[in-house]
Write a new protein. Structure first.
Length: 127
């Protein structure tokens, strides 16, 4: 993380601890949402699901604003049965992190990892 911070000129406006906390909070919400129930039916809206978990499953990501000004964004790595076996997360200062772009790249990365796991099921943890 420090190499990325140096390369992109991240300032001292927030600390590494605040960024790490936002990242962990976002990833935790991903696991909570994907453990909360089965995937939504295509015809169902997230409103029909249970609160935040349904919204997160419908969106496919979560963004968390930390107390120190850090923003954490996470998306799930899924098996073929839509079970979250991992999550990828990014964090950055609220004023510098472009959430829409970060979400797009993060979801694409998670989809690529998910496809790789689905092609080689022995790589995914057993349930």
């Amino acid at each position: 993380m420090d190499a990325v911070r140096r390369a992109h000129g991240a300032g001292a406006e927030i600390g590494v601890e605040e960024e790490a906390r936002a990242s962990v909070q976002a990833a935790t919400r991903i696991f909570q949402a994907f453990a909360a129930g089965p995937p939504l039916r295509v015809s169902a809206g997230w409103e029909e699901a249970e609160g935040e978990a349904g919204r997160v499953r419908h969106q496919g990501f979560v963004a968390v604003r930390g107390a120190g000004g850090a923003v954490g964004i996470a998306a799930p790595v899924l098996t073929a049965s839509s079970t979250a076996v991992g999550a990828l997360a990014v964090t950055g200062p609220q004023g510098r992190l472009q959430v829409v772009g970060a979400v797009s790249h993060l979801r694409a990365a998670c989809a690529a990892v998910s496809r790789a796991l689905q092609r080689t099921p022995d790589m995914a943890p057993a349930h």
